[in-house]
Every structure is written in C-alpha cells, then in structure tokens.
Design a protein around this ligand. Sequence first.
Ligand SMILES: Cc1ncc(C[n+]2csc(CCOP(=O)(O)OP(=O)(O)O)c2C)c(N)n1
Length: 364
Amino acid sequence: MPKKTIDIEHDLTHLSILNEKGEADESLAPKLNGDTLVTMFRNMLATRRLDERMINMQRQGRIGTYGPSRGQEASQVGTAMALRPDDWTAQAFREMGMTLTRGWKMDLTLFFWGGYEEGNAVAKGHNDLPIAVPVASQTLHGVGIAWGMKIKKKDSVCITYLGDGGTSEGDFHEAMNFAGVYDLPLIFIVQNNQFAISHPRRKQTKSRTLAQKALAYGFEGVQVDGNDVLAVYSATCDAVAKARKGGGPTLIECVTYRLSMHTTADDPTRYREDKEVKEWEKRDPLIRFAKYLRNKGVLDDESIEGIENDVKDEIAAAVKRYEEYEGLDPLDSFKYILAELPPDIQAQQDEFVAALQNEGKMSH
Ligand SMILES: Cc1ncc(C[n+]2csc(CCOP(=O)(O)OP(=O)(O)O)c2C)c(N)n1
C-alpha cells in the first residue's frame, strides 16, 4: 500500500494535580511526608522573597541587572527536588528556585547579579554548573555531562533548564538530537513562561506544544502545569527514574508565566496587558501550594510566619555578607568557568595582568 499511517510510538500527556483552589487529585499526588512538603514550600517561599529583595536592591543601585523568577517557583523547586545531590544541573539564568533547592547559599545569587565573578564559584560538592547567559548553550553542556555519566556507567542524571525562547536555538536542537540518539540520562526542563523578552510564545513556534518537540527526536515529551509543584515534581521523578534505568531523555514542558519583568532592564507593560498578568496571578504557584498545605493541616498561620522569619534572617545575613565583601580581584573573571585555560584565554589573562601591572593596579 502506498499510503499508510506511521505509528510514532509516543503520546503526549498533560499533567495537573493541584488546582487553583489548592485541591489535589490525591490519586495522582506524589506520596510525600510532611517534612518534605514543608521543605518544598520553604524553598518556594525563599525563592519568592529573595527575588523581591533582589528587585528592590537593583532599584536602589545595590546590584546590577537582575532576571526575576516570580511565578516560576514551582517549575524550579519541583524539578530540583526530584534530584539526588550526585545528579547534575545545567541551568540558564532564571533558575534561582533550583539553586536554592540544591543548597546554594543566597550569597552566590547576590554576587552574580552584583557583578562579582564569585557568583560563578559553585561550592565544591555541588554538581551544578554556573549560570549560562547565552540562550540554550547550557543544553549542550547538559549533553556533555549526561554522556559522561553514561560512559562512566553511573546512574546519575542531569537536568538542563531552558525557556520557550531557547527552543528556537540551534544549540537546543543539537542537544535534543544527541540526547535522543545516545539515549542520554538528560531531562530538558522547558519553562514555558510565555515570553522570550517581549516575544510571545505564539510567535515562538507554530507547534501546538513545546513538549511535542521531543517526539521528533524520538523520545518522550510531557506537558505539565508548571504552576503546580506536585505535578512538576511527579513528572520529573518519573523522568529521572526512567533516565537512571537507561531509558534515555525526556523533555518536560512546564507551562507557567513570568509574573515579573524579563530583567530589571525591561518594561513588560510595553508588550503585554495587565489583564493577562492578573489572570496568571490567580494561578500563583506559591499561594496555591500554601492553600493545599493548610487544607492538609501541614501548615498554619504560625508555622508559615516561622518560615517567613527564618527566610528573612537568611536573606539579611546573605545581603550583609555580600555588601561587606572586599575580596574583589579583577583576575577572578578567569577563575571559575574553565578548569584549565586554553591558550587563547591564557593569552588574554597574560595581557590583562600586564595591563594591570602597567597601571600600577597589581603588585605581583
Ligand atoms: C544566544 C543568545 N541570543 C540572545 C540573547 C539575549 N537574550 C537574553 S534572554 C533572551 C530571551 C530568552 O527567552 P527564553 O528562552 O524564553 O527564557 P526566559 O528569559 O523567558 O527565561 C534573549 C534573546 C542571549 N543571551 N543569548
């Protein structure tokens, strides 16, 4: 027969567990104990509060340009909580919820956006790459890590994070192809926050979903409500478990919304309606999860206040360390990204040292 339907194997699911009223479909909800649920909430709250503080600090000229994560806490915390410490992450630049969940000190976030190279100095023992600003470049770094894990026969996996805009980059498609062909233990978390700066999702791609992009590369794509931390966590746990067993990559599209500006250098009122923002505020991931935990009796006013105070103290201590920091060394810009400097970068460092010495800014 000349014409027939080709079965491409994969279906596309959309997962949502927690509704806007904070009610969960318990048949789908991951079985988490009270402590884990509180940790999840704390990580989301810490992300929200540090984010608010960062914007204030930028407005006061105390840090540089900053890319907020408001609205995306569930997508970041829910995915990171599905990982073990020996797993890896390759982030973009809007993943503060992930880094805090992975145990990064808040100082690092302040240093990075404050313009200090120390913001790239990921602490020893943390299997996380520093922030990658070139859009989607980190997906290829994720491929390298995941391939390494596979070659070494480790059961660690890697998550790489990108935005809806990142799915139009060549790097992303190369990463997807390689991950598919080599069955890599790599999970692509696409935070579809509806915008790439001012460019709306509907103009980013003609595809109905971003999740379906995985199907063309021969592996599973899943779409989740990215403002529902339980759905995000559950889908990521499934993808991680599959990858650990050699089942290859998964792409998870977290449908969410950037409630704030692209960066503090952006004015979103120039390209989107306030009405739309208000609609998404009703789906706020933090409020929804708090309602769920209150309904379940895991949290109440008093315990939430305790967590708020705790987070406040943690932020205050980090801001103090950041503002009192005196260790700035211009040569730090060569220090944290590459383990060994290739000849061209070494030559740049030598030239820089010579210039500093000439200007009397370096004694050695
Ligand atoms: C290769 C490259 N091109 C352009 C930019 C400028 N730029 C920074 S963020 C951004 C939009 C990214 O959108 P998306 O991937 O959806 O992530 P989001 O910012 O929404 O988190 C652009 C174009 C860049 N950093 N890197």
